[in-house]
Design a protein around this ligand. Structure first.
Ligand SMILES: [Zn+2]
Length: 301
């Protein structure tokens, strides 16, 4: 079913230029929005001021333009949205859904880990009073519920939040709002109806749905596209030294990104301008043709 109004988004962290893996995620989101007649927005997730920069944000926007991935409306910048996140935190506090946590990293070093290697909070501070003047994080009190959702690529998924994640941080002790809270507030603020993003964020989704329910916000429809890996099987990222998207040969790169998403363009179109490739791809886009496997090997040398 095609929704009356579709709003999709691409939300990179401006820590460096886009690489092939981020192009694949952006392309999937853009194509899905365009194929379904929707709007496509860009949001800069620059909460981590130390790792993010305006220069990187500018480069990312230039790269999107160069690859023909045009966006609608002004780019939303998370580092200017503290008031909105603070209001959401206040709403959570008002319903007793969060508690102050003074645990340090070393105090949590022995906490259990989930399958993703993330710490499962052991509940240490759940019953503490709010400390006065002391640095503390805010954590969401996770009730013993399981969160189910339907991923358009992966089908029905379910996570036992209390057991697999535990109470999670929405505002860090250093005052920065956590990714989970900012994403939920911004998706609602931007009217996002469809989230198409990389599978590295798959198991963040139940936390985000949990927050949406606490805050009375709508839950978008999710789809998680496979991650592109390097020859060593690692996700392409700045940490794994993925090269920036090339400034030349964009047509071939775009054709390879389409192939990675299960939409290889016909031979006669390879080598045509990005706009022609994208026109063909949005006409032929079927999200069910995106491969299910969590990783795909990067086809470029
Ligand atoms: Zn604690």
């Amino acid at each position: 079913m095609i929704p009356a109004s579709y709003v999709g988004r691409f939300a990179p962290s401006p820590t460096g230029p886009l690489h092939f893996g981020s192009l694949v995620a952006a392309l999937a989101s853009w194509l899905d929005a365009r194929a379904l007649g929707g709007h496509w927005l860009v949001r800069m997730e620059d909460l981590d001021r130390l790792r993010c920069s305006q220069a990187a944000a500018d480069i990312i926007l230039r790269q999107l333009e160069a690859y023909g991935l045009t966006w609608d409306r002004a780019v939303l910048v998370q580092s200017r949205r503290d008031e909105a996140y603070a209001a959401a935190l206040d709403a959570l506090r008002a319903q007793g859904a969060v508690f102050a946590c003074t645990c340090t990293r070393s105090q949590l070093a022995d906490a259990p880990r989930n399958a993703e290697g993330e710490l499962v909070y052991p509940g240490t501070c759940r019953l503490h009073a709010v400390p006065r003047g002391e640095h503390h994080a805010w954590r969401v009190r996770v009730q013993d519920v399981s969160v189910d959702f339907v991923d358009r690529i992966r089908g029905v998924l379910q996570q036992d939040l209390a057991r697999e994640v535990g109470d999670f941080v929405v505002r860090r002790a250093d005052g920065l709002f956590a990714y989970q809270l900012a994403v939920v507030v911004d998706d609602a603020f931007q009217g996002v109806t469809h989230v198409v993003r990389g599978a590295d964020l798959l198991w963040n989704t139940p936390r985000q749905i949990y927050l949406q329910r606490l805050l009375g916000l709508p839950t978008p429809i999710y789809a998680h596209v496979p991650l592109v890996t390097n020859a060593a099987g690692q996700k392409l990222s700045k940490q794994t030294l993925a090269p920036a998207l090339p400034e030349t040969g964009r047509r071939a790169v775009l054709a390879e990104a389409l192939a990675a998403l299960g939409h290889p363009p016909p031979a006669e179109l390879v080598g045509t301008a990005p706009a022609d490739l994208l026109g063909w791809a949005s006409a032929h886009w079927r999200i069910e043709n995106v491969p299910l496997h969590p990783t795909i090997a990067k086809p470029l040398a």
